[in-house]
Ligand binder design. Structure first.
Ligand SMILES: [Cu+2]
Length: 651
């Protein structure tokens, strides 16, 4: 969801992690192979490309990723040793319209490989906004459309450019295509859009749907006018930890209760969780090798709405939108430890953002209880937020003391809206409109839309191999003599053996969920150890199969996908979503129908939120939370949280 670009121009740059500087928490450590690239490493990588002649004056650097070493080498890594530090750089030469992937050894400052990727378009860059504005301002049709709106000088209008998505010509030309929206600040020029070929420097077409609605003004969004007089304040409720947090951070490794994990930060997908495992009796039991967002898309449901389906990760680089630092107390409680991330701009110049991530403990309610005996839960939260123009997304990894690992997405910010003629609506007005949008303020309508997130979960249940996937199907027993009360039901485990049969959707009728198990390791009851993916709120797409959304974001077709581990299969809609090939990513990979038996499994979970706008979402949305859990199922012999001490420790 996006419309307003004021945050975009100044901050489209890539975030990667850096050494934490949190007071009192970081206690040092060697460079781990999964540590994010430092500012020095980013500079070394970009410099190597320039000095080798691969990068010239018109080369831009949309992404400088850490190229993670092969999994087996990471798992065999011993402190005190080192693995080559490598960067994967996505480059774009805007003069030549050429995209390439470069691998650079940042220690040796050597270009290891250089691969041109035909037809691929990296994410939108600040330069693209400028070019879009320059090109469109010279176009006669654009000027005429502005003149019809009483604007004589095109230079008076602020133009915003975005990836063209569904507006791009088909078949794909391979050129870099943008859409231009005029003075998009709060949709004041509703109904005007131009499709611009940035490679050829010309406007392909102008869509002009004049609206009689009065322009929306900045005053519409001045929500501070709603806040006075403030309600009575609350008495303090302070999560003070006089003795400091209970977690320990070494470099980018975190230890808390029995959980052990590492974290990084990537400009495309934000926080990356690595090597999450649970320590028991001195042995670290792996659960998840790598987990992060892989893609997200926001399809709009109003056919009259001149808009498209922005892919916030692949088309924009969601991690780069963490550029505004987290606000202590508001974004994370006062006991939080903050971590910076290192960004770079499109020229490859690094810069550090303070407080890009937060790590904190919070009260978790009742952990377990029976009568007078019970325990209070504590949760550990690794959190970050992205402000993507108008919308804000928060992402929390939540570690529970009972072995559960939870992902929580927070949706807030300002909805995308359009001006409409009606200032109020009775039953008739709403029905006549078709109910594809809802009035949220006088003359302000928010279109129906959905948010789809896909998370890539590289599962390593008790190790990187030998994992199997089963579907848990609960169903009623047939009525009859063996079920005399007609209330019996069973849970069956149905193996999902190949990729195509592992494309699954949520099903309430069978309480459907999915388990990754490792039959090679048994619990004390002789059962294979496992973790179950438990869905939370979810949705199916309303867009039809032939729609741009379903073609380009095929991952929305199923809630669960599973693939055998491949290190470069990282993004659910493919690496190049901007002007990308239909069906790229999960649909293409899983068409091979590879075996999922006894292998290193990667789960991909699609989380959908159907957003029917409410007046209460205006002018800024209360946070909506949605998520899913990875819950141990036979991973332990009994409730693993029995040993949590009673009560609070003494001060
Ligand atoms: Cu929404």
């Amino acid at each position: 969801m996006r419309r307003i670009a004021w945050t975009l121009l100044g901050c489209l740059a890539v975030l990667t992690g850096s050494s934490p500087t949190a007071a009192g928490q970081a206690i040092g450590g060697d460079t781990h192979p999964l540590d994010p690239l430092t500012a020095g490493e980013i500079t070394a990588a970009v410099t190597a490309l320039k000095t080798s002649g691969k990068a010239g004056p018109s080369t831009r650097f949309p992404f400088v990723h850490l190229l993670e070493p092969p999994k087996e080498k990471v798992l065999a890594y011993q402190r005190g040793t080192s693995l080559p530090r490598r960067a994967l750089i996505i480059t774009y030469d805007w003069m030549k319209n050429r995209t390439a992937e470069a691998v650079v050894d940042v220690g040796r400052k050597e270009v290891v490989s250089w691969t041109e990727i035909p037809q691929a378009q990296p994410p939108f860059l600040p330069e693209d906004h400028q070019r879009t504005a320059e090109i469109v301002n010279l176009d006669r049709r654009w000027k005429d459309a502005l003149a019809a709106r009483g604007i004589a000088d095109a230079g008076q209008v602020q133009v915003f450019g975005y990836p063209a998505g569904a507006y791009a010509p088909r078949p794909r030309s391979g050129n870099r295509i943008a859409v231009a929206i005029a003075n998009a600040v709060w949709g004041s020029l509703e109904g005007l859009l131009a499709v611009v070929d940035l490679t050829e420097g010309r406007v392909l077409r102008v869509e002009d749907r004049p609206s009689k609605a009065l322009p929306i003004t900045a005053q519409t969004f001045d929500y501070e006018r709603f806040t006075a007089p403030a309600r009575q304040g609350l008495n303090p409720l302070r999560p003070a930890q006089a003795r400091g947090p209970s977690f320990e951070v070494r470099g980018h490794e975190v230890r808390w209760q029995n959980w052990r994990f590492r974290f990084g930060f990537d400009g495309r997908v934000g926080v990356v969780l690595y090597t999450a495992g649970y320590e028991e009796r001195g042995k670290l039991r792996p659960v998840l090798y790598r987990g992060c967002l892989s893609e997200m898309v926001v399809p709009y449901g109003d056919p009259d709405f001149l808009f498209w389906n922005p892919f916030d990760a692949g088309e924009f680089g969601l991690g780069t939108y963490a550029a505004s630092p987290l606000t202590p107390v508001t974004d994370a409680p006062e006991n939080a430890t903050f971590f910076p991330a290192t960004l770079h701009d499109s020229l490859g110049v690094p810069r550090q953002v303070p407080r890009a991530m937060a790590l904190y403990e919070r009260d978790g309610g009742v952990l377990w209880r029976h009568g007078a005996d019970g325990r209070r839960a504590r949760q550990l939260v690794l959190s970050w937020f992205a402000t993507v123009d108008n919308y804000d997304y928060g992402f929390n990894w939540i570690f529970h003391q009972d072995g559960t690992l939870e992902v929580e997405v927070l949706l807030t910010g300002v909805m995308n809206i359009r001006p409409v003629e009606r200032g109020s609506e009775g039953r008739e007005a709403h029905a006549a409109k078709g109910a594809a949008g809802h009035l949220v303020a006088p003359n302000v309508e928010a279109p129906n839309h959905q948010h789809f997130f896909n998370f890539r979960l590289d599962m390593d249940v008790e190790g990187p191999g030998g994992n199997n996937l089963v579907e848990l199907v609960s169903e009623a027993l047939p009525d009859g003599p063996k079920n005399p009360n007609a209330s019996g039901w069973v849970m069956r485990e149905v193996p999902l053996l190949r990729e195509k049969e592992a494309r699954r959707t949520v099903d309430l009728a069978t309480a459907r969920r999915w388990k990754v198990s490792n039959p090679g390791v048994r619990n004390g009851l002789g059962q294979p150890v496992g973790y179950v993916l438990v869905p939370g709120e979810n949705s199916l797409p309303f867009a039809a199969a032939r729609s741009f959304l379903r073609q380009q974001a095929g991952f929305v077709d199923a809630h669960l996908w599973a693939t055998p581990y491949q290190p470069r299969e990282l993004h659910a809609a493919g690496d190049y979503v901007n002007g990308g090939a239909p069906g790229d990513g999960l649909p293409k990979w899983t068409a091979a129908d590879r075996s999922l038996e006894n292998t290193d499994l990667v789960l991909w979970y699609t989380l959908g939120v159907t957003h029917v706008p409410r007046p209460e979402d205006w002018p800024v949305m209360p946070v909506h939370r949605a998520g899913f859990k990875l819950v141990p199922a036979g991973f332990f012999d009994r409730n693993p949280a029995l040993d949590v001490p009673r009560g609070e420790p003494p001060r």
